[in-house]
Design a protein around this ligand. Structure first.
Ligand code: SAM
Ligand code: SF4
Length: 323
């Protein structure tokens, strides 16, 4: 068979599990969500079949592994190694970092390149309040280990919440610059458990930047097409320099040129994080004469469904679609 001419690139997020050991205020209720049955979760083989099909028709420039927390899934390094073996050029993971200290070396050995660690607070008590059951020291230890084994870049994700951690943005940026990490401040999205208290806790990127301008020199960097992040060169009072990003899905949606596709842990795809629109594709991962063609048409359909305005129609957690 002649391979098609691939002109479009796709950046894929794969949620490998809906399980997580934390219960972040904005993501999960205290008692957790109703979980999928284990047999409904895609196997690594099915995920690789999906990615291979995608790769046949598109340039898959990145695969980011997420969840739930991807490090709670057994042998996640085996999936990373398989993605590397099928020549995915850029493989990353997004984690709360609680297990990163234990897993950093094995992840590095499996050819993982980059890691994004969620870090919403540097205060033990606020971290505990925000995650309900996390330990700050474990995440900080995970970041140190990731750095020590050479995972690069290490990005920090901080969701800024009014009245909870907005007083910490300068501390987090200083911590990141001093430790050669790349911080990104995210706006809260009206998705998940805080969507009903959204106005009380929403804190805009422009307000975050205002809080930083006394302590840091910030100068904007030209945005790449399709990027969801506005980046700035930052310099602190000790002269430490780095790059800081701001992700503003609510105040400045980044949908133009978005080439992201999401695969959920139970086999649904979606082209847009904000829309309650997904297609079940697990059945198309079994061998059949038409499966590959049908999967391609589902992918095209999903990629054509991006939100047209600032709307968010997903009330449930990002865990169900892959954050
Ligand atoms: N458990 C991993 C973690 O926390 O990094 C990966 C999954 S989590 C759903 C991915 C990212 O989504 C995290 O950085 C988290 O802070 C973010 N997130 C979850 N719910 C959010 C919301 N309602 N608004 C903004 N970001 C959210
Ligand atoms: Fe777990 Fe990540 Fe959701 Fe927090 S944001 S509850 S760490 S999946």
């Amino acid at each position: 068979m002649i391979a098609p001419i691939k002109k479009d690139s796709i950046s894929l997020r794969v949620a490998v599990t809906d399980r997580c050991q934390l219960r972040c205020l904005y993501c999960m209720p205290p008692g957790g969500l109703t979980l999928c049955n284990h047999h409904d979760i895609l196997s690594y083989e099915e995920i690789i079949t999906f990615v291979s099909n995608l790769q046949y028709n598109y340039n898959v420039d990145k695969v980011r592994i997420t969840g739930g927390d991807p490090l709670v899934r057994k042998n996640i390094e085996q999936l990373i190694q398989k993605l590397h073996d099928i020549n995915i050029p850029d493989i990353g993971i997004t984690t709360n970092g609680q297990l990163l200290g234990k897993k950093a070396q094995v992840l590095k050995d499996s050819e993982l390149k980059r890691v994004n660690v969620s870090l919403d607070s540097l205060s033990d008590s606020t971290f505990k309040k925000l995650t309900r059951c996390g330990t700050l020291a474990h995440t900080l230890n995970g970041i140190e280990k990731a750095k020590a084994v050479g995972l690069q870049p290490i990005k920090l994700n901080t969701v800024v919440l009014k009245g909870i951690n907005d007083n910490e943005v300068a501390d987090i940026l200083n911590y990141a610059l001093e430790n050669e990490l790349t911080p990104r401040f995210l706006e809260l999205m009206p998705v998940g458990t805080l969507s009903y208290d959204f106005d009380k806790h929403f804190f805009s990127t422009s307000d975050t930047i205002k809080l930083l301008t006394d302590d840091f020199e910030l100068s904007p960097i030209k945005k790449e097409t399709g990027s969801n992040c506005a980046s700035y060169h930052a310099k602190n009072k000790n002269g430490k320099k780095g790059i800081v990003g701001f992700i503003s899905p609510y105040s400045h949606p980044f949908c133009n040129g978005c080439r992201r596709l999401r695969l959920s842990s139970n086999g649904h795809i979606s082209g847009c994080l904000a829309l309650n629109n997904r297609t079940y594709v697990r059945e198309l991962l079994k061998p059949s004469p038409t499966a590959s063609r049908d999967l391609k048409s589902c992918i095209e359909q999903a990629m054509s469904l991006k939100r047209a305005s600032k709307e968010f129609t997903i009330p449930e957690s990002m865990v169900s679609i892959g954050g």
